[in-house]
Design a protein around this ligand. Structure first.
Ligand SMILES: Cc1cc2nc3c(=O)[nH]c(=O)nc-3n(C[C@H](O)[C@H](O)[C@H](O)COP(=O)(O)OP(=O)(O)OC[C@H]3O[C@@H](n4cnc5c(N)ncnc54)[C@H](O)[C@@H]3O)c2cc1C
Length: 437
């Protein structure tokens, strides 16, 4: 079998890239090992940059109609009935047409992308089919090996092979690209159920070591994530669902009568957060995307967005390469030069957010809430925070920012944000290959 681009993995990254390539009339084949869509929770929050990308690939209206928009994200620190601090970050701190987030069920998003891709004759989808590795290990000429119960072993030749298989990526493994892992001292329980009508924005409630994130979904549902200590999982299961309900209703009393609609532990998914980063994204005629090269702590809701953004950048580059008839594999390095610094920065931000909730002593809580309140009430810090998580640009924090955050310097030392636009990514940042001489 022959194709121009072979993508191993039909997750959000693989499908987004495939659609982009099919739109450029590049022959693309997606290999997906799972026969049916996954029932596992895998991220639902689309950040502004991902919405912009969906708009560019002609899917915005369809996705928006299946989602629930969020304008803000709030953090409420409580002690019993007392509210200690309430902090709200606004997406519209960034002056941009896509200055909000959208909650969309993961499999819904995938099916919208897949249906659109299927409408292009250059798109081919092999499912269920597993990518097992390469036959030859030449750097510029490789033959991929596929396998399925029905069709047995198949060989596939391609100009480029893309690894988008998530954390356990056979392509990354066969390229010998190592990962650097970070583990955390907590787990999450996640489940969605019907929500009260009053719950229309994202809110995180924090008390002691408990952290409950509530993210409204369409169809009057809510995605919930509860941070727990690892040893609590077994204990909660032993005590039965009432201990789970109690936790939710204590942290957010409005959920009484709603959380009880979960009647089996089978509906509640255990999530063990992990962070990993690959040393490089490209080798010879292979490139890697999404969780195959970086998985981030879910605290900042970035994983799925990084996957979409990788796919869009790589897709733009490949379209340009085919258009110019320049298929030199070393050109793929341009993809890495755009995406790696951004993904690593967002991975660091997600990691820092995770650390902020990894220590629950009152001293740390006071520092955390103080810092967050200063960020909320200092316009340039508020803008930086929302810009960085939006994916629309990067304006890194400085030591002066940090000193203002902890109150060692007054807010007035920070410059006013007069020209937001210069902090957004421009065409040269996004597509440097178009500016090569
Ligand atoms: C429990 C959990 C919660 C998460 N929460 C969030 C969140 O709140 N917000 C957020 O933005 N992100 C979240 N994420 C991360 C997000 O789901 C991932 O970053 C995103 O799905 C990555 O997309 P991907 O396409 O790279 O990988 P995946 O979604 O893992 O897709 C990989 C695909 O490749 C297929 N595959 C694997 N091996 C092979 C093979 N050998 N041959 C063929 N196909 C293969 C798999 O079946 C799968 O379909 C979460 C992830 C998990 C696991």
């Amino acid at each position: 079998m022959k194709t121009q681009v072979c993508i191993s993995g039909g997750g959000i990254a693989g499908l987004t890239l495939a659609l982009k390539l099919a739109q450029c009339e590049i022959d693309v084949t997606v290999i997906e090992k799972d026969r049916t869509p996954s029932v596992k929770y895998k991220g639902e929050l689309l950040q502004p940059k991902s919405l912009e990308i969906l708009s560019k690939i002609g899917l915005y209206e369809e996705v928006y109609s299946r989602g629930f928009p969020l304008k803000t994200t709030a953090i409420k620190e409580i002690d019993g009935d007392r509210v200690l601090k309430e902090i709200t970050f606004h997406y519209n701190a960034v002056d941009h047409p896509f200055n909000y987030a959208l909650m969309v069920p993961h499999e819904t998003l995938k099916s919208v992308i897949l249906e659109k891709a299927k409408s292009f004759p250059h798109f081919h989808y092999l499912r269920p089919m597993k990518f097992t590795g390469f036959k030859e290990e030449g750097v510029h000429k490789r033959t991929g090996m596929l396998e399925s119960k029905e069709e047995g072993a198949i060989e596939i030749e391609a100009d480029f092979f893309i690894g988008a298989e998530g954390r356990i990526s056979p392509i990354r493994k066969s390229l010998g690209i190592p990962l650097k892992d970070t583990e955390y001292n907590h787990y999450f329980l996640t489940v969605s159920f019907p929500r009260p009508e009053s719950l229309t924005e994202a809110i995180m409630i924090v008390e002691g070591h408990y952290f409950l994130g509530l993210f409204p979904l369409p169809d009057q549902q809510v995605r919930t994530v509860l941070l727990i200590k690892p040893e609590e999982y077994k204990q909660m299961k032993r005590e039965g669902l009432p201990s789970f309900y109690d936790c939710y209703t204590r942290l957010f009393p409005d959920l009484d009568g709603y959380v009880q609609q979960i009647t089996s532990w089978k509906d509640i998914q255990l999530m063990i957060p992990i962070r990993h980063n690959a040393k490089c994204y490209v080798s010879g005629n292979c490139a890697l995307m999404g969780d195959a090269i970086h998985s981030v702590h879910p605290m900042a809701g970035e994983g799925m967005n990084l996957a979409i953004q990788d796919a869009h950048t790589l897709g733009d580059l490949l379209c340009c390469m085919y258009e110019n008839g320049d298929l030199r594999p070393e050109q793929l390095k341009l993809y890495e030069s755009v995406r790696k610094p951004r993904a690593e920065y967002l991975s660091k931000l997600s990691h820092q957010s995770a650390l902020a909730y990894s220590y629950w002593q009152p001293f740390w809580r006071r520092i955390r809430t103080h810092v967050l309140k200063r960020m909320e009430t200092t316009p340039s810090l508020h803008f930086k925070q929302m810009l960085n998580i939006s994916g629309l640009g990067i304006w890194k924090e400085t030591w002066i920012d940090r000193l203002v955050q902890i109150g060692m310097l007054p807010k007035g030392v920070l410059p006013k944000v007069t020209n937001q636009e210069r902090h957004l990514f421009d065409e040269k940042d996004e597509q440097p290959w178009k500016f090569q001489s």
